[in-house]
Design a protein around this ligand. Structure first.
Ligand code: 3HC
Length: 288
């Protein structure tokens, strides 16, 4: 199976920068796009900090660190993606933003059978495919945060995705990036978020109703169920805006009350308390 050499990543937020990092560490040429230079600079800083962390923990040599950084280029112009073999879109979790990116990629990416993937967790892949003239090459490749640490990728073909695209995406995730895959139908939330998000929302409702403190809810799940972190700390890590967006997509799809975002989550997002990335969510993180 051919290994894609030239990778494009659209979006340099938490997920996009993590995806760019794992691609560069796998030896691939990576081009990352953002809408503005400030966002690009922030993305570059996130990648540098994460690579430095891997060096400190002995997982990466100084030489490999430098090599990985040298493989990553940044741009504010999607037209630079013309020569990409595989692109992963990782912009904000809204249908409008993602549809616009896929429509633009369709015009720009020259290789007709390039894989156009989305890191979405809740927007229908078929809608992203239909924003292009090549839905058979559009697929969901959904990573988990922190991308360099977590082993899983969800593979999500739509009803229009071709078998060749599915197998090339699986080869990329497993043989090239060293991840493990689970496969899901094109349903909001896929496998993991369909189970995870109602749990996070239940923890927020528990806090909102005064049932227990944030610290005790989280300690309960860490010490009682051996989770690496509690649900409120995890919502802060994912980002409360992203948690809300996923919940809303799942609620729109299934109309199940358990997916409905609770008022406390909505108000915190409105207040700009988005979790770790803004320095404040259910916990304080100092300056972000
Ligand atoms: N980037 C890169 N590496 C990181 C990192 C980051 N942001 N955070 C931690 N790490 C690395 C550390 O360097 C360390 O590596 P080492 O073992 O080689 O030393 C390792 O991860 C463990 O880190 P720490 O010792 O600092 O801290 P913890 O042991 O507390 O682990 C954690 C931190 C990895 C975040 C762990 O708590 C964890 O796995 N939590 C659960 C995260 C989770 O559930 N993510 C999924 C969210 S859902 C999602 O992403 C889907 C989306 O659609 C919403």
């Amino acid at each position: 199976m051919e290994t894609p050499q030239r990778i494009g990543v659209v979006g340099a937020g938490q997920m996009g920068s993590g995806i760019a990092e794992v691609c560069a560490r796998a030896g691939l040429d990576v081009l990352v796009a953002e809408s503005g230079t400030d966002a690009l600079t922030a993305g570059r800083r996130r990648i540098e900090q994460s690579l430095a962390r891997a060096v400190r923990s002995g997982k990466l040599s100084e030489t490999d660190h430098e090599r990985a950084l040298a493989r990553i280029r940044l741009t504010t112009d999607l037209d630079d993606f013309a020569d990409r073999d595989l692109v992963v879109e990782a912009v904000a979790e809204t249908e409008r933003a993602k549809v616009d990116v896929f429509a633009a990629l369709d015009k720009v990416v020259a290789r007709e059978d390039a894989v156009l993937a989305s890191n979405t967790s809740s927007i229908p892949i078929v809608k992203l495919g239909r924003a292009t003239s090549r839905p058979e090459h559009v697929i969901g490749i959904h990573f988990f945060n922190p991308v360099p640490v977590l082993a899983l990728v969800e593979l999500v073909p739509s009803l229009l995705t071709g078998e060749q695209t599915r197998s090339r995406a699986e080869h990329f995730a497993t043989s090239v990036l060293g991840k493990q895959v689970v496969r899901s139908s094109d349903r909001a939330g896929f496998v993991v978020n369909a189970l995870l998000v109602p749990y996070l929302l239940s923890a927020i409702r528990m806090l909102e109703s005064g049932f227990a403190s944030a610290a005790d809810i989280d300690r309960g799940m860490v010490l009682g169920c051996a989770h690496p972190m509690g649900p409120l700390a995890l919502a802060d890590l994912i980002g409360l805006d992203t948690t809300q967006a996923i919940a809303e997509s799942m609620y729109a799809e299934f109309k199940e009350p358990l997916y409905s975002p609770p008022p406390l989550l909505l108000r915190m997002v409105e207040a700009g308390h988005l979790g770790k990335k803004t320095g404040r969510g259910f916990y304080d993180y100092g300056s972000a």
